[in-house]
Structures are given as C-alpha cells and as structure tokens.
Design a binder for this molecule. Structure first.
Ligand code: GDP
Length: 365
C-alpha cells in the first residue's frame, strides 16, 4: 500500500503524533487477516461527503477508505555517512511515497532540543542535507557507470547522463531533486534513481497547546511557512499532545472537544487529507442500499483500474461505469433524480475517474 513516512529530529514530537495516529486508527484486531507492523498506523480518511451520501442513500453501513502512515525513527546528523541508525533510516525513507516532516515549533524548557535551541528551519535543513548527500552519492555512482557508455555515443546513455548531471548540479547547490524540471522523457531516467529528495514533502509544525486555536502569532510557524513556500510544500499545524487526547474521542465527543479548543478540524485529520492528496490519491464512492463506501485510487486511473480496486473480477469483466459526480448527485437529491436530470453518465474503458465520482460498475462475471 502507499504510505507517508513520518520523519523529524529527536524530541520534536514524532512519537506523540504517531501515538495519536495509532490511537485514532484501525485496530489490528479488526484486521485478523493482515499483520500491521508496529511502525505502521492505518487511519480512516476523513471525508464529509461520506456522511452526506449516507443521509441520501440510508445504507445498512458506511465504510470510509483508509490511509497508512509509517513512523521512521532515528534520524541523526551524519545519516548519509552511515552513522548510528543512519543507513537504516535512509532505507526506510526509500520505501515511502511521501514524507511528513515534523518540526518543533513549541518551547518547553524541560524538553531538550538536539541542537540546543528551537529553530525549525535549521531542523528542516539538517534532515534535508542528509537526504541530499545520500542522493548525491547515488547520482555520482550512476554517473560513473553511465558516463562510460555515454562516451561511446550510446544514445540512451547520453540522454540519461544529461539527466544525471542536472540532478547532480541541483543537489550540489543543496536543492532537492524534486525541484528539477524534466521533460516526460527525462523524467523516466530520473524516476529510476528512486531518489530520497524526489519524494513529495509536507511539513508538520508541532505547536504548543496555547497556539492550536490561533497559530498566527507563532514565529516558528511563520518561518516554516516561508521556507515551505519556496518549495511549494504545504504546512500543517498540529499540537501533537492535544492530538493524542483528541484521538481518544469519537463522534460528538470529539466534535465538542474541538469546538472547546476553538478549532474546526483536528490537525491530524488535516494531516491525513494533505498526505493522501500529496501522494496523488483521490476518492470515488459506491452508494448502494447495502453499503455506502469510499475507495482510494491514484489520480489518472481509468475506470477499469478503479473497478479493480474493489475486486480484480470487476476489472477483468468491466463493461461500463455508471457515473455521477458527488455534486450532481447531492444537487439532485437522489440517484433517480440525478438520472432524470441527465447527470448520470455511462462511461467506458477510457474514462479517467475523477475525485468525488459516485460509480456503479457494470461487469461480466
Ligand atoms: P520524538 O523524539 O520526535 O518522537 O518526540 P516525542 O514525541 O517523544 O516528544 C518529545 C517530548 O516533547 C515529549 O516529552 C513530549 O511529551 C513533548 N511534546 C511532544 N509534542 C508536544 C507538544 O505539542 N507540546 C508540548 N508542550 N510538548 C510536546
């Protein structure tokens, strides 16, 4: 499954946040057929559209879709040189699809900071530098190999070499690989490198209890946002300690606690949705009287592939996707009304499914 890795320097609040994730998340007892690794937390993806569809259809049950976070412990300075847990840390990052980088934006005399003072931008750069150095090493190795073939005028090798040099230049200037602009053709070679700094990133600013309701006065958050803007990265503000408390609550209790705090949506829920879309994931729905359910697909997937998310038989026997957008269905008030209004389309094999589509698949068995 696709997963977002949680990284950050020691003492920034990663374990606290991850604890909130596993507490809020699905219990492995409910999934006896699969073992959930201790460093993996599976959470439901919050989606207000699911409630609305439930009201409309009145199904027997409603099933949200899920998302996976991986806790990546143990970054230390010098990771790229294999110090401490360094190598292991980097190999774990290699396996995730996006990075949620937690930084400390709260002051607390009782909690030591690894570099002596709270400076989230410095923290970001410390980790980024380790990732950049590790990538530089991979690129240099590959340049050695490909360079020889490029000298012999091997066309493929020459094209790849060009890409590698672009990457090397960026990395040497301490810019992550994701900032380099490639053509589709070049992207092919770049992707093959599986670089750490090519992965999409978002920053999680961990603030104190006092700042959750209104983080605008927090200077650290401001600096993180400025930094992130250069990279087009999103910043999610959380208070990990409060998220831990929220994660013990559900439904109305949770809602009440949130309004007491003066916030609309928990930081964790915002983080889940942000990480989900950062990876390029989107949601379509099935809405029958038995079950209203959200399903995850990758943006760009066509109707048969999306049917395959439910069951491989659905993909193999795919005939048509009876599709209505969430907005049209809600505006119509019922599936029949949407049909009468001509809003329900019969889509074929080439249809690219959109976020929010409500679909009934027709297939041969
Ligand atoms: P990790 O090393 O990054 O996993 O950090 P931890 O989650 O273990 O947190 C380090 C310390 O900071 C612990 O004592 C936490 O209780 C504390 N901490 C974490 N988040 C917050 C927060 O939002 N506010 C405050 N005041 N302390 C926090």
């Amino acid at each position: 499954a696709l997963t977002a890795g949680i990284v950050g320097l020691p003492n920034v609040g990663k374990s606290t946040l991850f604890n909130a994730i596993t507490q809020a998340g699905i219990e492995s007892a409910n999934y006896p057929f699969c073992t959930i690794e201790p460093n993996v937390g599976i959470v439901e993806v919050p989606d207000h559209r699911l409630q609305k569809l439930t009201e409309l259809v009145q199904p027997k049950k409603t099933v949200p879709t899920t998302f996976e976070f991986t806790d990546i412990a143990g970054i230390v300075k010098g990771a790229s040189k294999g110090e401490g847990l360094g190598n292991k840390f980097l190999s774990h990052i290699r396996e995730v699809d996006a990075i949620c980088h937690v930084v400390r934006c709260f002051e607390d005399e009782n909690i030591t900071h690894v570099s002596g003072k709270v400076d989230p931008v410095d923290d970001i750069e410390t980790i980024n530098l380790e990732l950049i150095l590790a990538d530089l090493e991979s690129v240099d190795k590959r340049i050695d190999r490909v360079g020889k073939m490029a000298k012999q005028k091997d066309k493929e090798a020459m094209a790849e070499h060009e890409v590698l040099v672009m990457l090397k230049e960026a990395l040497e200037a301490e810019n992550p690989a994701r900032t380099v602009e490639f053509t589709d053709e070049q992207q092919k070679y770049a992707k093959r490198m599986h670089l750490l700094t090519a992965k999409p990133v978002l920053y999680v600013a961990n603030v104190s209890e006092d700042d959750v309701a209104d983080p605008s006065g927090n200077e650290y958050v401001k600096r993180v946002k400025e930094y992130a803007a250069k990279d087009n990265a999103e910043v999610i503000v959380v208070c990990a300690r409060i998220e831990e408390e929220i994660s013990e609550l559900e439904g109305e209790e949770k809602q009440e606690f949130l309004s007491e705090l003066g916030i609309e949506e928990s930081g964790l829920d915002q983080l889940i949705r942000a990480a989900y879309s950062l990876i390029g994931l989107a949601t379509y729905f099935t809405a029958g009287v038995q079950e209203v359910r959200a399903w995850t697909f990758r943006k760009g997937m066509k109707a048969p592939q999306c049917a395959g998310v439910i069951h491989t038989d659905f993909e193999r026997g795919f005939i048509r996707a009876e599709t209505v957008s969430y907005e049209d269905l809600v505006a119509g008030g019922s599936m029949n009304a949407a049909k009468e209004a001509g809003k329900v389309r019969l889509e074929g094999k080439e249809y690219v499914v959109q976020d929010g589509d409500v679909i009934h698949f027709r297939f041969n068995v």
